[in-house]
Design a protein. Structure first.
Ligand code: PMP
Length: 445
């Protein structure tokens, strides 16, 4: 077997740069539940599992058995020409678990990105309008449509223009820093103003097909909306015949303690996108939407050769079964509360923690230079992550300075405690100035 050094050298030679975000050089060999093992045999607790699409933990037996059984039966036939049971059953299941007392249909893709592109297509086709409105600081993916809807990082859009036209970005109603750096809202109206002004001045509502929302901005820094904003936006959209679509690729399927994150915000989306954990890491995404919207495109307007792959659909059915049978929605909420209770104490204890926020096991710890100015402190955040990595836990910073705490929902209570102990130990070291010399240059988004 090749050594660590040999493999890393080859990686540098052959693996293209744009597909990586550099943090630490963890060369992973295998993974089980919440544990990652590198090729030298060192173990790490995975606190980043939503990024690797594993709400149900790494290689859960129920899912790997389903994969093996289906792989032996049939690896694939393209859904464009053939029907098969796993895809049909999965479409039914996703329509059932997605909130909304109306008839729904589902379609499949391979990544969150292509499904977000699909939302653009369906929304334009159904409404006959061309404009899509999304949020500043959003991340919807890396294909041209999804990329055009994103507004997070210059490198993601540099050198590749032009982007898909008729996409507008409005400010996200950030409940911590507010809009335009303003501290707190006076009213929801004030937060709706940019959207209303846009409709009144340069983009009439009759030309807007859809608003696409991450209810909690994931890669942008686990930002929560001002309470009541999405309900108000949703009502405003419907008054104007604008569809309300939710990208639940990161926050969906148990991550926040519910099937769909809209359940926290009292809205029922017209279209919902699932991905990442949908099939425990196998490449699969889905759009679930109102039947009439999903019937607005005709074949073959949205097909991919390997979408709805039966092995991935079997993995997904087993994943959703596991979430139900092992009560992972409730577990996410319960473990999230345990973690947040401890973290709230840190927020009081450490000058560099500005905010702790989240639902279920999707928690952000916002690291700041000082609590008053709320200035992001990415250096401190990265130093904490690096030190933690040395101690055997994988955590990253997103949105420049936000520690992204998203362990698998199957993390045991003991592992959770161990992870929280390690973070606290590291925070103490940070507070005592012991991490001042850590070099974190070149890391992060
Ligand atoms: N939407 C959201 C909210 C995401 O977090 C991501 C991935 N980070 C995507 C879409 C893109 O998904 P994928 O990487 O599977 O294309």
């Amino acid at each position: 077997m090749a050594t660590y050094e040999e493999l890393m050298e080859k990686d540098e030679q052959y693996f293209a740069e744009a597909g990586r975000i550099s943090y630490y050089s963890l060369l992973i060999d295998h993974a089980d539940q919440a544990t990652l093992v590198d090729i030298k045999g060192k173990e790490y607790i995975d606190l980043l599992s939503s990024a690797s699409a594993t709400n149900t933990g790494h290689s859960p037996k129920k899912v790997t058995d389903a994969i093996k059984n289906q792989a032996d039966k049939m690896l694939h036939y393209t859904p464009a020409y053939m029907y098969h049971e796993p895809a049909i059953k999965l479409a039914e299941k996703l329509c059932e678990i997605t909130p909304g007392d109306f008839e729904k249909k589902a379609t499949f893709g391979l990544s969150g990105s292509d499904a977000c592109d699909g939302v653009m297509k369906y929304a334009r086709a159904y409404t006959g309008r061309s404009n899509i409105v999304t949020f500043q600081n959003a991340y919807h993916g890396s294909t041209y449509g999804a990329l055009s809807m994103s507004a997070l990082n210059n490198n993601m859009r540099a050198k590749m223009g032009p982007n898909v036209p008729n996409v507008e970005h409005i400010p996200f109603p950030d409940n911590y820093r507010g809009m335009y750096g303003k501290a707190q809202p006076n009213s929801i109206e004030e937060y709706l103003a940019p959207f209303k002004q846009m409709m009144e001045t340069y983009l009439p509502s009759e030309e807007i097909a859809c608003v696409v929302v991450e209810t909690i901005q994931g890669d942008g820094g686990l930002l929560e909306p001002v309470p009541g904003y999405f309900k108000a936006l949703y009502e405003l959209c419907h008054e104007h015949g604008i569809l309300f679509a939710v990208d639940d690729v990161q926050q969906g399927l148990g991550r926040t303690g519910t099937w769909c994150s809209t359940e926290h915000f009292n809205v029922e989306a017209d279209l919902v996108v699932y991905g990442k954990s949908l099939a425990s890491g196998m490449p699969l995404s889905a759009i679930v939407g109102r039947k009439e919207i999903m019937d607005s495109l005709e074949a073959p307007a949205h097909i991919f050769t390997t979408a709805a792959n039966p092995v991935c659909c079997a993995a997904s059915l087993a994943t959703l079964d596991m979430i139900e049978e092992d009560n992972l929605l409730q577990e996410s909420t319960r473990k999230g509360e345990i973690a947040q209770e401890r973290m709230q104490k840190w927020e009081n204890d450490y000058a560099f923690i500005g905010d702790v926020r989240g639902f279920g096991l999707s928690i952000g710890i916002d690291i700041v230079t000082d609590k008053k100015s709320k200035t992001k402190d990415s250096q401190t955040a990265l130093k904490i992550c690096n030190r933690l990595f040395e101690k055997g836990a994988v955590l990253i910073a997103i949105g420049e300075s936000v520690l992204r705490f998203q362990p698998p929902l199957v993390i045991t209570d003991q592992e959770l405690k161990q992870a929280l102990d390690l973070i606290e130990e590291t925070m103490n070291e940070m507070a005592q100035g012991k991490l001042n010399d850590y070099d974190v240059s070149g890391q992060g988004w």
